[in-house]
Design a protein around this ligand. Structure first.
Ligand SMILES: Cc1cc2nc3c(=O)[nH]c(=O)nc-3n(C[C@H](O)[C@H](O)[C@H](O)COP(=O)(O)OP(=O)(O)OC[C@H]3O[C@@H](n4cnc5c(N)ncnc54)[C@H](O)[C@@H]3O)c2cc1C
Length: 329
């Protein structure tokens, strides 16, 4: 029996850490069904990792066209399964009727969630950081200034879970593979016409990283990122992030922007170098477990949310930290 569905995130045949977080968070509803959408053979490769993480059932929604379309195959698989898994009203208790859906928050996950919610006529809660069995969830909004508790209606409430918000706790399960037929996308579905893999970076992916070192306008240029931010990140095995001001000034590429209009991160450690702490920046990093800030202005708003703050020149503080950390490696 499947009590909750999660959409499996993977990259190059490997399970992404966010999937383990989804399975951990979804377990509050009962047995987890992990939905793999991809080319034939994808779920076979992922099955051992999914079983180890705690998927009772692995739904293999596979077709040659699955990777050629944006969003539609994932929506078809999740909405179809959510509808099929409903227990008929006449034989089941009301509580058994719900089959919630949990996907990773982000551009793709949020798009999928909205469409699934519309298809199954159920509510959607975005970017939550905790989910409970009574279908309520906790969200951190307005840069973390407010913590909201919400509940989603309908038979299949949909949740998008902020990556990094939940510590994965693997709990081995059967991982029984079950094939699911994917309908061919209709004429209005968006088809990918060409595909160029992103350049492989040596650093961890921003939303998956346990440590993020971010630079702001105070870094004062692309050289500052190269000479100060990246060396500190590398000695810590961290990802590099940037404020929008740094991105807008061409100090660092836009795909590394953290905040309301950038990526949302929730690492164990977030180091902010020369970032003032605007609400739009905080929106993307406030739920980090430990926040360290270096800023020469002791009035900077970032210090209000920092666990550890250094009032000082980042060009002196960060290289010293890098040097000391390198010695201890
Ligand atoms: C709709 C909207 C969406 C937005 N989305 C985002 C978003 O997604 N992400 C985001 O980041 N912003 C976003 N912004 C922009 C946001 O409002 C701020 O402008 C931006 O975050 C400021 O970036 P910053 O902290 O790097 O720059 P600043 O605010 O200019 O701060 C630079 C800081 O560096 C410090 N500093 C300078 N030199 C040094 C030094 N040598 N050593 C130590 N400290 C130093 C200064 O004291 C200052 O505090 C958005 C704005 C809007 C209106």
């Amino acid at each position: 029996m499947t009590n909750v569905l999660v959409l499996v995130e993977y990259s190059e045949g490997e399970l992404k850490n966010s999937t383990r977080e989804l399975i951990t968070a979804a377990r509050v509803f009962g047995d987890v069904g992990a939905v793999v959408v991809g080319a034939p053979g994808t779920s076979e490769k992922l099955q051992p990792a999914l079983a180890a993480a705690g998927a009772e059932t692995v739904y293999a929604a596979e077709a040659d066209f699955a990777a050629e379309y944006v969003v539609t195959p994932q929506v078809d698989a999740l909405a179809g399964l959510a509808a099929a898994l409903q227990v008929p009203v006449v034989v089941a208790a009301a509580a058994a009727l719900q089959v919630p859906v949990v996907v990773a928050a982000g551009a793709n996950g949020n798009e999928v969630a909205g469409r699934v919610g519309a298809r199954v006529a159920s509510g959607v809660l975005y970017d939550v950081i905790d989910i409970r069995a009574d279908r309520t969830a906790t969200g951190s909004i307005f840069g973390g200034d407010y913590i909201v508790e919400s509940t989603a209606g309908g038979t299949s409430p949909v949740f998008t879970l902020r990556p990094g918000a939940v510590d994965p706790a693997d709990q081995a399960a059967a991982g029984t593979v079950q094939a699911v037929e994917l309908p061919a996308p209709g004429p209005t579905a968006v088809k990918i016409t060409s595909f160029a893999p992103a350049e492989k970076a040596d650093r961890p992916e921003l939303t998956e990283a346990k440590i993020v070192v971010s630079g702001g306008r105070g870094v004062a240029g692309a050289e500052g990122f190269h000479d100060v931010v990246e060396p500190l990140a590398d000695v810590l095995g961290a990802a590099v992030g940037a404020s929008r001001a740094a991105v807008d000034a061409d100090y660092y590429p836009g795909k590394f922007q953290v905040g309301q209009t950038g990526k949302t991160v929730s690492p164990n450690l977030y180091i902010a170098l020369g970032i003032s702490g605007a609400i739009q920046h905080k929106a993307g990093m406030q739920t980090s477990k430990t926040i360290v800030a270096v800023n020469k202005d002791e009035e900077a708003g970032i210090f209000e949310i920092a666990d550890f703050g250094v009032v000082g020149d980042l060009f002196k503080v960060a290289p010293q930290a890098t040097e000391e950390l390198a010695k201890r490696k």
